[in-house]
Design a protein. Structure first.
Length: 177
């Protein structure tokens, strides 16, 4: 028997607001990225380290979220491979992640669907990693401010690893002598 459960996550409107917030903030801090994008029917995020999330908005106040958190999705990588398909509603099946050849992608950690004003998923036993996915859990202004502070810190750390343009000017001036 399949165990379909309601997930206590941020409402879809808050998820969309947070997705827009993340995209705008990361674009301002880091520039345009192909890893984060708004698509005609949703949004996509990839962190560059193996975690990704794909949000699809559908007609009739429905949505599907698929993805994996490389650190917390225990539903991937095990042997035998966990079959995550049983229990998923028929209308969700076309949105299961697929390889370029159309075969189901085997490396996804979670699949959620928004219907009747709540998030649903199949409880497979192992932790799917959704609790660590900020976009699905940050629905308060305080959480967004904390996320912004984290992003600014990352931007600052990345800047520290870049070459200091003042050093280049000093080197150029020295070369002119």
């Amino acid at each position: 028997m399949t165990n379909i459960v309601i997930r206590q996550l941020a409402p879809l409107d808050d998820v969309m607001l947070t997705a827009r917030w993340f995209l705008i903030t990361s674009t301002v801090l880091f520039g345009v990225s192909r890893r984060d994008r708004v698509e005609p029917h949703g949004a996509y995020h990839e962190d560059g380290g193996g975690s990704w999330l794909h949000l699809l908005l559908l007609d009739g106040d429905r949505a599907v979220v698929t993805g994996v958190d490389r650190d917390y999705s225990e539903t991937v990588g095990g042997e035998p491979r966990l079959d995550q398909h049983p229990g998923i509603p028929e209308w969700v099946l076309p949105f299961i992640p697929r390889e370029e050849d159309g075969s189901p992608l085997h490396w996804w950690g979670y699949l959620l669907w928004w219907e009747d004003g709540v998030w649903w998923s199949v409880d497979h036993g192992p932790d799917d990693g959704v609790r660590a996915v900020e976009i699905l859990n940050s629905s308060t202004r305080r959480a967004r401010m904390d996320d912004l502070n984290d992003m600014i810190g990352v931007a600052g750390d990345e800047h520290l690893t870049e070459d200091d343009p003042r050093e280049e000017l000093e080197a150029d001036a020295a070369a002119m002598r």
